[in-house]
Design a protein around this ligand. Structure first.
Ligand code: AHM
Ligand code: MG
Length: 340
């Protein structure tokens, strides 16, 4: 039976029916996220016309200058998610503290961590950007009691994620979702205002001849990554005996989407510039949700030394090295770390 052409609303409800004891809360939360992503897609698409391009005059917790759209898309996520009764608290790349549900609204049983606009350095050059999210269960004591969730409640390994997804605002707006039962891609049909299932059961080929890494950081990489990339670049004349292609969009959402559709390896490894921070990409709302999706599609996601989803988080904005994609290529990079 082909599921292609089904709306995301139907897909979510059918997934809910697989679990007879489901309360419908996760379905409700996903519908809230879908609404927020549709709004963000519209804003990104019209940002030049409505004066939302360029930088704001503020910095986020990472010390990065925020784009106007970073701030506005964060507000869109919060305003779509804080009143519906599905969440106990939120964490965002753009906000230092966790975000509590206002007292006038009911609290739900889930936590969400999100990057409202990943790759925002690409907005002004009209390249793909996206929204990434990770859903966790709030520890039950917090749901039953009247207390507010704390940062400790978010400190769950990636293996505890209930659902993860991302939306990429590119030539089409695509939403990619996993609930631990495969990876599904939906395309936004703007005429009817609905995401339509176009890519059921996305799988990542085990082998690849395409790598994505910011080559301008080459002199800062560790030896295992230096070795892997230099072997790729030598192509048919080197030990790999095949030519490799390179891509770098500087939007993780676009890179992971490419890996999901035609395979490849994406790396933002540890380098000597980022040793103190632990890496560039953020564990809770970038690395973990993308790792859940990649593993569900048959790929592998590692720091080079450890499976990303096995990392015990210590901080909502913690950074980690990321090496993900086609199984055999990631395994090779991991093996170079072991023998180094
Ligand atoms: P952001 O969340 O502030 O946009 O940063 C994350 C982005 C990733 O999407 C991308 O892989 C990386 O930063 C690009 O980094 P660089 O500018 O070093 O190429
Ligand atoms: Mg980001």
């Amino acid at each position: 039976m082909s599921d292609i052409g089904k709306s995301i609303t139907q897909f979510i409800i059918e997934q809910q029916r697989i679990h007879p004891d489901s309360t419908g809360d996760l379905s409700g939360l996903l519908n809230d996220i879908v609404s927020a992503c549709k709004k963000i897609s519209h804003l990104v698409n019209r940002s030049g016309i409505i004066g939302l391009g360029g930088a704001s005059d503020s910095e986020n917790v990472q010390g990065e200058v925020q784009k106007k759209l970073d701030i506005i898309t964060n507000d869109v996520m919060v305003e779509h998610l804080n009143w519906t009764g599905h969440l106990a608290a939120m964490a965002s790349e753009e906000i230092e503290e966790i975000i509590q549900i206002p007292d006038q609204f009911p609290k739900g049983k889930y936590l969400i961590a999100f990057d409202p606009l990943d790759g925002s350095s690409n907005i002004d050059v009209n390249l793909s950007v996206g929204t990434i999210f990770s859903i966790l269960r709030c520890p039950e004591t917090e749901v039953d009691g009247v207390t507010e969730p704390t940062i400790d409640d978010f400190m769950q390994k990636g293996t505890e994620q209930v659902c993860a997804g991302f939306c990429v605002y590119g030539p089409s707006t695509m939403l990619v979702l996993t609930m631990g039962n495969g990876v599904y891609g939906f395309s936004l049909d703007r005429d009817v205002g609905e995401f339509i299932l176009t890519h059921p059961r996305m799988t990542i080929p085990e082998d690849t001849a395409e790598f994505a890494i910011n080559m301008s950081n080459q002199r800062f990489w560790e030896p295992p990554v230096q070795r892997y990339i230099s072997e790729c670049i030598k192509g048919v004349d080197g030990s790999r005996e095949k030519n490799f292609n390179m891509r770098w969009v500087a939007s993780m959402v676009a890179e992971v989407y490419r890996v999901l559709t035609r395979g490849g390896i994406f790396m933002y490894p540890l380098d000597i510039k980022s040793t103190t921070e632990g890496g560039k990409l953020r564990l809770m709302y970038e690395a973990n949700p993308m790792s859940f999706i990649v593993e569900q599609a048959g790929g592998v996601s590692s720091t080079g030394r450890q499976r990303i989803m096995d990392i015990q988080p210590e901080n909502v904005h913690q950074r980690v090295p990321v090496i993900l994609g086609s199984k055999n290529e990631v395994a090779r990079v991991v093996s170079y770390h072991e023998t180094n």
